[in-house]
Every structure is written in structure tokens, then in C-alpha cells.
Design a binder for this molecule. Structure first.
Ligand SMILES: C[S@@+](CC[C@H](N)C(=O)[O-])C[C@H]1O[C@@H](n2cnc3c(N)ncnc32)[C@H](O)[C@@H]1O
Length: 237
């Protein structure tokens, strides 16, 4: 069932929850100018963790595919999964221009993607999970636990708050103050305010038990000094 299909009436609508900007064609078109997904460092890490030409990789919330396109020459199969038709349009255009034969693009999400073939060696996800409220994050992790093989790696990088609730005012105001209101600068302060208000970034101390409960062992957790970003290497056990 590799498509957006609600299996039950109570299922979250992953497209509606994908974030206003991610459904906006203009934003999708501009995304690679605004955002650098640091793929060279990410690939170096993945190679250290065992990525090789036999590896099967799934990129969930792939967006415009910066990571997908970069990892493709280094692995045997990469499946790029995203719910947003406009982000996928940009990704598909890049895939067809690249002529890389091992990229599959699937319109689906954390809660709906059905992996075909052997289990993946790596599941990668950057800046996408925060679109799910916490209950759904727990379900997403449980599903990812079936996609990745035992011993395989789940690399997660997201906006995750590494501070106490009592610090939220100070930390979040400081974060927002880092950006201006000038759209020429790329991301603007209102983007961060919208993220905090309308999306579902959670605390590290809530997220990590969810990851572990889904059968992953967290091998590395790196937090940005401002307490806003977290990067995890988790292994399926
Ligand atoms: C900020 S972009 C990140 C794209 C890319 N991973 C990167 O690091 O540049 C977030 C992406 O997550 C996607 N997304 C949102 N909700 C999702 C879900 N439930 N399942 C899969 N992808 C989702 C959005 O459509 C969007 O393309």
C-alpha cells in the first residue's frame, strides 16, 4: 500500500499534517536554496556506520532529495518517501536528470509507507518527524522498527528540544531572535515561530524513550548547544 491511504477513520491525515510550507510549490522550488542538508557529513557518518554498495536505504521525509541523490551512488537501493506532492515533484525532476537507476520515489509517510523487498540496512530521516504529534511519533518508530533489519541503523535528525519546560520561554525566544524578518535571508523569524506554534517538535526526554520502546538502542545523541536540534544514531536490536 505505497500510497497515502487512511486505513482507519481515526488515522492522522499525514498530508494535512505535512506543514503548510511543504505543500507550497513555491517553497518546494526554493527549498534547496534555503536549506543545506549537510549531506557530505551525513554520508561520512553513514559510511563509518557501514554504508556500502550493498546497502538498502530508506529516506523518510525525503523532501527535495538532497540526501537521496547523494547516497544513491554509494548504495544498491534508495527509497525516497514523502507525503508532499510538490516536494516530490522537485525530487522526481532531479532523479530523472541524474539518471541514477537505483532511486525509487514513493508518495507515502511514516504511518503509511509499506516497505517492499528485503529490510533496509539504513533508515534516514531529517527534519520530518516533527510533523507528527507524539502519539503518532511512537507509532511511526514502531513501524520503522519493521522496515530496518536487526542491526541496521536509524539516523534521525530533527528539531527536538533539549531543555526543561521552565526554560522554554528563554530558549525559544533566543532561537527566534537569531533570524530576521527579511525574506532575502532565506528562513525568517516567522518560520521558527510557526514551527514552534503549529508543528510538533517535542522534548528529547520524551522522544528518546519512544525510540527505545520501538526496539532501537540509541548509540549516539548529539544536541546543539542551544538545545534546539538533536541528531541520533539508533540501532535496531
Ligand atoms: C523540512 S523538509 C526536510 C526534507 C529533507 N529531509 C531535508 O532534510 O532537507 C520536511 C519534509 O517532511 C515531509 N513530511 C511531513 N510529514 C511527513 C510524514 N508524515 N511522512 C513523511 N514525510 C513527511 C514534508 O513533506 C517535507 O518534504
Amino acid at each position: 500500500m505505497n500510497k497515502i491511504e487512511k486505513r482507519s477513520h481515526w488515522m492522522l491525515d499525514e498530508v494535512k499534517s505535512a506543514g503548510r510550507e511543504n505543500l507550497d510549490a513555491e517553497h518546494a522550488f526554493q527549498y534547496d536554496i534555503k536549506e543545506d542538508a549537510s549531506v557530505m557529513e551525513e554520508l561520512a557518518l553513514m559510511k563509518m556506520l557501514g554504508l556500502n554498495e550493498q546497502s538498502e536505504v530508506v529516506d523518510i521525509g525525503a523532501g527535495t532529495g538532497q540526501f537521496t541523490l547523494a547516497v544513491a551512488p554509494l548504495c544498491t537501493r534508495i527509497v525516497a518517501v514523502d507525503v508532499s506532492p510538490v516536494m516530490l515533484d522537485v525530487l522526481k525532476a532531479k532523479v530523472s536528470e541524474s539518471r541514477l537507476p537505483n532511486i525509487e520515489v514513493v508518495q507515502s509517510g511514516f504511518l503509511t509507507y509499506e516497505h517492499q523487498g528485503r529490510q533496509a540496512d539504513f533508515v534516514y530521516s531529517r527534519y520530518a518527524l516533527h510533523h507528527l504529534p507524539d502519539f503518532w511519533k511512537a507509532l511511526a518508530f514502531q513501524r520503522l522498527g519493521h522496515i530496518v533489519r536487526t542491526g541496521g541503523v536509524f539516523r534521525l535528525w530533527d528539531i527536538v528540544y533539549n531543555f526543561e519546560p521552565s526554560e522554554a520561554d528563554d530558549r525559544l525566544n533566543t532561537w527566534c531572535a537569531k533570524l530576521s524578518d527579511d525574506p532575502k535571508d532565506g528562513w525568517i523569524r516567522a518560520d521558527l515561530e510557526e514551527h514552534i506554534r503549529d508543528e510538533h517538535s517535542t522534548f528529547t526526554w520524551l522522544l528518546e524513550p519512544m525510540i527505545e520502546r520501538a526496539g532501537f538502542s540509541i548509540e549516539e545523541a548529539v544536541y546543539s548547544p542551544d538545545g534546539i536540534f538533536a541528531r541520533y544514531v539508533a540501532r535496531a536490536i
